[in-house]
Design a binder for this molecule. Structure first.
Ligand code: PLP
Length: 359
């Protein structure tokens, strides 16, 4: 298998792919693929419900929370959140930490009043802003954060205290990478294609009373209450993706849950960040060390030419996806849950050799 450091869609656990392959044509003796089944049938529904139960179990079964499976990616959530929660006279507040927070805010502006609670834009989003002095208007409907900025490579190390204001987090690129206290959040959402499974399904974990809020004048498919009332089976769900999410969650449980994921991710990230820090300036980490992401390790070399050469040479050695996002340049290694320690070790060794040759 390739050393896959893609930012998303990203590596999946080999065990999960092999299991899915084994039951791809004949799902557990039914004579059909899971993809070919009615979403109203007992077999698919049990997979669907199992995935929801597993999600909550991995989070310690928080009271009053429900799981929804939606489509349209995390990008659709950028719009659905203000559509559902930004009532007239209220304000949607945003912590500005990078490219994805920026996109979320832009969508909210299409629907109502917004405010910026804190921002690190003046530092090119290379750190998480001070969370102890958030500016929240009295009429704040929710505070939105992006727990991990996939492009810049910064991640919240602690979450803001918001009192009565519901905290909403885009966890697309770091969900289940570490132990998380869901009770701090009104809602968490994530496109599946990094830590949860293939693309095609978006997971929402939220307080049931929040999801049940009735909104008028928005289309049925954009109301959270539609999905809540119908167990995310109002229309045809992305059934194969949900099945794969269930298998990835089973793998996380078998590996030892979120505690084990966090430990492994810390070891993987340390390998690469230590390599960067000990390179005597040959490699330069982009993010402020305190706010460095466990999932997206962003770094630079002395020149764009050298960075191009790094990508080219790395591809020859079987490394995939090390080019930084086109909007910021540089280099990026995405070390999601399914990226094995061995891949990170191989990358650290490659970086060492590359420095010896070009340093
Ligand atoms: N939010 C974050 C943090 C992301 O990393 C991404 C995709 O990379 C998105 C949102 C957009 O997700 P989607 O492609 O599922 O709309």
């Amino acid at each position: 298998r390739a050393y896959n450091f893609n930012a998303g869609p990203a590596a999946l656990p080999l065990k999960v792919l092999e299991r899915a392959q084994a039951e791809f044509v004949d799902f557990r003796g039914t004579g059909m693929s899971i993809m070919e089944m009615s979403h109203r049938g007992a077999v698919y529904e049990s997979v669907h419900n199992e995935a929801q139960e597993r999600l909550l179990r991995l989070l310690g079964n928080p009271k009053g929370y429900k799981v929804l499976f939606l489509q349209g990616g995390a990008s659709t959530q950028f719009a659905m959140i203000p559509m559902n929660f930004l009532k007239q006279g209220t304000v949607g507040s945003y912590v500005m930490t990078g490219s994805w927070a920026d996109k979320a805010l832009k969508e909210a502006k299409l629907f109502g009043e917004t405010s910026i609670a804190a921002s690190s834009k003046e530092d090119q989003y290379m750190r998480i802003p001070d969370l102890d002095h958030l500016e929240l208007p009295d009429r704040t409907a929710y505070l939105h954060i992006t727990s991990n900025e996939t492009i810049e490579g910064v991640q919240f190390q602690k979450y803001p205290e918001t009192g009565q204001v519901p905290l909403i987090a885009d966890m697309s690129s770091d969900i289940f990478c570490r132990v998380t206290d869901v009770n701090k959040f009104g809602m968490i959402y994530a496109g599946a294609q990094k830590n949860l499974g293939p693309s095609g399904v978006t997971v929402v974990i939220a307080k049931e009373d929040k999801l049940a809020e009735q909104v008028e004048n928005i289309p049925t498919m954009f109301r959270y209450s539609t999905f809540l009332k119908n167990n995310s089976l109002y229309n045809t769900p992305p059934s194969f993706s949900v099945y794969m999410v269930n298998e990835v969650l089973r793998w996380i449980e078998e590996e030892g849950g979120l505690t084990a994921m966090e430990q492994m991710n810390r070891e993987k990230a340390a390998l690469l960040y230590d390599g960067i820090d000990q390179s005597g300036g040959f490699y330069r980490g982009c993010a402020e060390p305190r706010d460095r992401s466990l999932m997206n390790i962003t770094f630079r070399l002395a020149s764009e030419e050298l960075e191009k050469l790094f990508v080219k040479e790395s591809e020859k050695e079987g490394f995939i996806g090390l080019k930084g996002h086109r909007s910021v340049g540089g280099l990026r290694a995405s070390t999601y849950n399914a990226v094995p320690y061995e891949s990170c070790k191989a990358l650290a060794d490659f970086m060492d050799v590359f420095q010896k040759q070009h340093g």
